[in-house]
Design a binder for this molecule. Structure first.
Ligand SMILES: NC(=O)c1ccc[n+]([C@@H]2O[C@H](COP(=O)([O-])OP(=O)(O)OC[C@H]3O[C@@H](n4cnc5c(N)ncnc54)[C@H](O)[C@@H]3O)[C@@H](O)[C@H]2O)c1
Length: 275
């Protein structure tokens, strides 16, 4: 049975751990006593966060790496293995990003970049930790998205890369299950990271809020709860899963029923946003 704090003395690497959902994971992991490595291209931010989160019971270090650079990513993970005597309990692979454009006109350089940033980097990080994890088991969480479950106009490179991450996760779950390594994907819906909020207008934010059954987009801390559940021993029988945490966005077919029209007219009450 899993016990709290779930990550006491566990070695955990969070890629993209300096900001957004990764940062929320880092904060929670440190509060649970993890030996935490925050791997990020925003190195100064990672260093500052590591300083802020380090306590006598949580050792937190920053690692500089651009996950699109295979050598940097492998070296950063190798340096963790050097320092921990080959021990990594969990890899939480958050770093990634998006771009949009009409599929018929998409620049192949944009396509390749999104695949490198999201999919290839996930593969490289998994390859770097799996040989060490095979000795004592472990858990890997990959960052997919609800975008990986369906298509969206103008989002093909992102959606395709996230769909491929789910498929990669399922193959790895089978290949590594016999070594006691669990591999799961998280599929967030819209989440209020600073980057996300900076790229959308107030009208778009309202539309995002309305797209969720809960009437609001998610918070990074709420996604961290789902991600860390998958990474923890509480999820000991869960592998190869793609856990959707989207406030209900994908629970509907999207058909234009009377409910949605009435909702727009304010006839269906939305819950107050929790503080
Ligand atoms: N925000 C959303 O609505 C949403 C929804 C579904 C999935 N996602 C996915 O979640 C992940 C994080 O999203 P977020 O909104 O929290 O992002 P964010 O931009 O707030 O944080 C991403 C973190 O990853 C780091 N990072 C980005 N590129 C990197 C690189 N090349 N090398 C190393 N580090 C890098 C950033 O510096 C940052 O610390 C992404 O993979 C994104 O595709 C986001």
């Amino acid at each position: 049975m899993a016990s709290y704090p779930r990550f006491k003395d566990k070695v955990v690497i969070v890629s993209g751990g300096a900001d957004g959902m990764g940062r929320a994971c880092s904060v929670q992991l440190a509060s649970e006593g993890a030996r935490l490595f925050i791997l990020d291209v925003k190195y100064e931010m990672a260093v500052q966060l590591a300083r802020d989160l380090s306590t006598p019971s949580a050792q937190v270090e920053a690692l500089r790496a651009d996950v699109m650079n295979e050598t940097e990513l492998k070296n950063a993970i190798a340096s963790v293995l050097d320092r921990t005597g080959g021990k990594v309990d969990s890899l939480i692979n958050i770093a990634g990003g998006s771009a949009s454009g009409l599929t018929a006109e998409i620049d192949l350089a944009v396509w390749d970049r999104l695949y490198a940033l999201n999919l290839r980097s996930t593969l490289v990080a998994c390859q770097a930790v799996i040989p060490a994890m095979r000795r004592r088991g472990g858990s890997i969480v990959t960052m997919a998205s609800i975008s990986g479950l369906r298509g969206d106009p103008e989002w093909a490179p992102y959606n395709a890369a996230k769909a491929a991450i789910i498929s990669l996760t399922q193959s790895l779950a089978w290949e590594e299950g016999g070594y006691g390594i669990r591999v799961n994907a998280i599929c967030p819906g819209p989440v209020a990271s600073e980057r996300m909020l900076a790229t959308i207008s107030a009208d778009e934010l309202r539309e995002y809020n309305e797209s969720c059954a809960l009437g609001r987009i998610g918070k990074a801390s709420e996604l961290a709860e789902a991600i860390l559940f998958l990474a923890s021993d509480q999820a000991s029988f869960i592998t190869g899963a793609a856990l959707v945490a989207d406030g209900g966005l994908t629970a509907r077919t999207g058909q234009p029923t009377r409910f949605y029209r009435q909702q727009r007219e304010g006839l269906h009450r939305r819950p107050e946003e929790p503080s």
